[in-house]
Design a protein around this ligand. Structure first.
Ligand SMILES: *Cc1c(COP(=O)(O)O)cnc(C)c1O
Length: 425
């Protein structure tokens, strides 16, 4: 019998992998193992083609590209919104592909934070990506509130994960809004969105989620869970390219409420070009757009989302879990003596699309990995994120990554670098 730690076994898993042909859809360098798809997904040939087509429509039509060509730009955000719907479990009207994560969060807090008497606080968590906390703090400041006092940060007991009970305990009478991640960006912990939303609504508090680390990797049922709003970027697991246009979800029960930040692209599309001094907002999530859409930054999404439609998010999640399960098994067996700690939750329901390894020498281990053609993601002060991505990584990639890591540790190859991060990490 083959040993599950052998290269042959990895190859056998690849043969059984029903998604293996999608690797050829991407620009995967033959000599590099890319494990950073949770920071920036790789370029696919289809995404490249949709950018070239978009440029061609500009070349051919000039201004008329807004209404002519294969994907008229005036309706492109709506086209992409419909394609995104299966990834989040919502109706197409509840989604709008627009803006960027942080800017969208500003729009959503400006819209859904309505301090009322005693209710002035916003619940967030101390492990969230800092940009989200910066945005929330500055929104509080616009209302004349001090973030120290009015942003209530749920604490972590272990520095990596949150307890849902702690989040629910923080939902007290003085809370007006809750903003949480779906998947924590370091440990990859998946929060129970359904349970947290139910608890928030029992207490009459609105709740929204940042889906940056789950969209394209983990399925969502935003409508079923009755979430109030959500937002995300499309350059991580969705492979939309650097600075790709992000997304907003607005539960239809909030349609018709006034967006906090208005602009002409939030208008009812039939009325927009009346150019009236009185804005008539769209009757759906489109109302949350502000200015002219970033068409060039949206173009790759067409090709990319087409692939998600073909494969389906459930098949992606299934392979992703197999890849990360396999990686954890190999780390346990091969790296046992090198003081790595697997700091992501081990259970499938609680684990997102990446593995989070903690090690005191993480910064320089990442440098050594890069020199050996493995692209990891260092997170200060001591974390290594490794994301084997279902659409383009293989089980052999995972096997090789762990073997290279083992060699780096065995031969002390990391010691020739300084244990300090680069500017971008
Ligand atoms: C990636 C990420 C962001 C990035 O925000 P941008 O505005 O797209 O730069 C914000 N929040 C979280 C949780 C993220 O994972």
């Amino acid at each position: 019998m083959e040993r599950s730690t052998s290269l042959d076994y990895a190859k056998k898993l690849d043969e059984q992998d029903v998604l293996r042909m999608y690797r050829d859809e991407f620009y995967v360098k033959p000599d590099v193992i890319y494990m950073d798809g949770n920071s920036l997904g790789l370029l696919s040939k289809r995404a490249e083609r949709s950018v070239l087509k978009l440029l061609d429509s500009w070349k051919r039509y000039g201004i008329d590209g807004w209404t002519q060509g294969e994907h008229p730009w005036f309706y492109f955000a709506e086209t992409l919104s419909e394609m995104s719907a299966p990834l989040v479990g919502a109706l197409k009207d509840e989604i709008i592909i627009t803006g960027s994560t942080t800017a969208n969060l500003h729009q959503l807090v400006a819209s859904f934070y309505r301090p009322d008497g005693m209710r002035t606080k916003i619940v967030a968590d101390e492990l969230n990506f800092p940009s989200d906390l910066y945005a929330i703090s500055s929104q509080l400041a616009l209302h004349g509130f001090d973030a120290e006092e009015h942003m209530k940060l749920v604490k972590s007991h272990d520095g990596f994960t949150l307890l849902e009970e702690d989040i629910i305990t923080a939902m007290t009478d003085d809370v007006a809004l809750i903003v949480l991640p779906s998947v924590l960006y370091r440990s990859g912990q998946v929060l129970d969105i359904g349970k947290l939303t139910e608890a928030a609504h029992e207490r009459n508090v609105l709740i929204g989620f940042d889906l940056c680390h789950s969209i394209g990797s983990v399925p969502h049922e935003l409508d079923k869970w009755n979430v109030d709003f959500a937002f995300w970027c499309n350059y991580k697991h969705v492979n939309g390219g650097p600075g790709a246009t992000g997304g907003i979800y607005i539960n239809r029960k909030h349609f018709g409420e006034k967006p906090g930040l208005a602009g002409w692209f939030g208008s009812d599309k039939e009325k927009q070009f009346d150019l009236s001094t009185q804005m008539i907002p769209a009757a759906n999530a489109g109302a949350y757009q502000i200015g002219t859409p970033h068409i060039l930054s949206s173009a790759p999404l067409y090709g990319s989302l087409e692939m998600f439609a073909e494969v389906g998010i459930d098949a992606i999640r299934e392979k992703s879990l197999k890849l990360t399960d396999y990686m954890m098994m190999l780390i346990d067996v091969e790296l046992g003596e090198y003081s790595f700690v697997i700091a992501n939750p081990r259970e499938s329901e609680k684990r997102g699309g990446h593995i989070f390894l903690v090690h005191d020498e993480a910064a320089r281990i990442c440098k050594a990995l890069k020199e050996h053609q493995v692209i990891p993601d260092f997170r200060s002060p001591n974390g290594i994120r490794l994301a084997p991505v279902a659409l383009y990584n293989s089980f052999e990639d995972v096997w090789k990554t762990v073997q290279i890591l083992k060699m780096i540790m065995e031969e002390n190859l990391y010691k020739k670098y300084e244990n300090k991060r680069d500017v971008i990490a």
